[in-house]
Design a protein. Structure first.
Length: 466
């Protein structure tokens, strides 16, 4: 049987036509690992799909790859759905992919989305249930794999940012089918430890590697923990159910530390600035109070305290003088009455019996009226005297109370009282020092304390850091 010679194009087209007529090669699904991935500006994807023994060139045009919901890269294991054909220009077989999904995790994605929807509807992801993270945690529980890169990153970052925190480790497997129960056991032990916060971390990996953190029982346990928990699982694009139900999610293990603890250098800078601000405000306040003290010290009241009660004392003297005049008048009236009584008695002896009786009756009436008038005057005088004394005592008590209050105020602002609280006054040649500009090295200064003073020599000047 003779064969005729045909051009290359004819043969390639024949092979292409035969392949395109084969229904087995249409809508075929193949599994393999991506390699030689190229994504030019045209939007098309060019790559090879390989396994242990073979490699197949593939192309996925822009209108098809827009439906891919992940970012494929070299090394990813995927499942392609498409048609097998021949690229005429190069005469090579290739697959035109219409669909692409991660290999072996299509079901995992569906299970993950279903679990997320279920737990979200139950309220496990609600922010209202999130516990606040302590601002300055002193006791941290670390739940992660033993001797892993994530553990080292966490410990190194903690040592740099917040070395004063105590770290208690609860090692457990963080990958594999039996990892979820072990993680739950470690979390329960950490929750009973009375720590300030729990860090649950793991390094990056595929969805299968991180699948233990999508366990429903683990999610419900995290929701019930009494201790605040921060997760740092995988990379920035990795989200697990544990991240959604935790109190705070970080993008990486290192990010979990940075989110949980402050930076000691920033805290130190803040404290230094606050200290300087307080010092300035204290000096300003002391200067204001000193000025107020000086005003009080030179006020007329403190220079002559007797002015506080001088007016009341003068009123008391005037009242005593009036009382003495009233007493003198009463004594004079008594003497006059005695004289009249004596003269009346003498006249009585010289009168007849009847006239004498009348006069005696008149005398008795006069004595009675006089006695009643004198008694009423004495009672009124006594009442006035008592009222005057009460008024004087009240005025004196108020004056003494006001004086004691003024003395307490004077003592409160006294420089000696400030010295008793631990402060001192430094002077040079009798002048108080308020700045390092006022002294030079080797100056001999006097330092006044609450119980004495001493002399010191200035060795070095150091300006406060603002």
């Amino acid at each position: 049987m003779s064969r005729r010679v045909v051009p290359v194009t004819t043969l390639v087209r024949y092979i292409k036509a035969q392949m395109e007529k084969d229904p087995v090669l249409h809508g075929v699904m193949i599994e393999g690992e991506i390699s030689n991935m190229r994504k030019p500006y045209s939007g098309h994807w060019y790559f090879s799909l390989k396994d242990e023994h073979s490699s197949l060139p593939c192309v996925m045009f822009a209108n098809a790859n827009r439906g891919v919901d992940f970012n494929p890269s070299n090394g990813d294991k995927v499942i392609l759905t498409g048609d097998v054909s021949v690229y005429e220009s190069e005469g090579r077989m290739q697959m035109i992919a219409h669909k692409m999904q991660p290999s072996g995790i299509g079901d995992l994605y569906q299970r993950l989305e279903a679990l997320k929807k279920k737990l979200s509807q139950e309220g496990l992801f609600d922010s209202a249930h999130k516990k606040p993270i302590p601002r300055y945690p002193e006791d941290i529980a670390l739940v992660t794999g033993n001797n892993t890169a994530a553990r080292e990153d966490v410990l190194i970052t903690l040592k740099k940012r917040w070395p004063m925190a105590k770290v208690n480790e609860y090692p457990c497997p963080v990958q594999g089918m039996d990892a979820a129960p072990k993680i739950m056991e470690a979390l329960m032990r950490a929750d009973r430890g009375g720590h300030d916060v729990i860090l649950l971390v793991r390094g990056g990996g595929s969805l299968e590697d991180l699948w233990c953190f999508n366990d429903e029982n683990l999610a419900r346990l995290i929701y019930r923990l009494a201790t605040p928990i921060v997760t740092g699982i995988g990379h920035e694009i990795d989200f697990t159910v544990a991240d959604y139900v935790s109190d705070l999610r970080a993008n990486t293990p290192t990010g979990a530390v940075e989110t949980t603890v402050p930076d000691q250098n920033e805290i130190l800078s803040s404290l230094t600035a606050t200290k300087a601000k307080l010092a300035r405000e204290m000096i300003l306040r002391l200067n204001l109070e000193k000025a107020k003290f000086d005003r009080y010290a030179h006020s007329p009241v403190f220079e002559k305290p007797e002015r506080l009660y001088m007016q009341q004392a003068m009123r008391l003297v005037y009242t005593e003088e009036r009382l003495m005049r009233h007493r003198t008048m009463v004594d004079a009236k008594k003497q006059e009455l005695n004289k009249l009584s004596t003269a009346f008695s003498q006249r009585m002896h010289s009168l007849t019996g009847k006239t004498r009786d009348r006069l005696r009756e008149a005398e008795a009436t006069i004595k009675l009226k006089t006695s009643m008038h004198v008694e009423a005057s004495r009672s009124q005088l006594k009442s006035n005297d008592e009222a005057l004394r009460r008024n004087i005592q009240m005025k004196l008590a108020n004056a003494q109370l006001q004086m004691r209050s003024s003395i307490k105020l004077l003592n409160a602002y006294s420089p000696l009282a400030i010295l008793e609280r631990g402060y001192s006054i430094a002077t040079l040649n009798g002048r108080a020092l308020s700045s390092i500009k006022d002294v030079e090295p080797n100056d001999l200064i006097d330092v006044r304390l609450s119980d004495g003073s001493f002399q010191a020599i200035v060795q070095m000047k150091r300006r406060s850091k603002e």
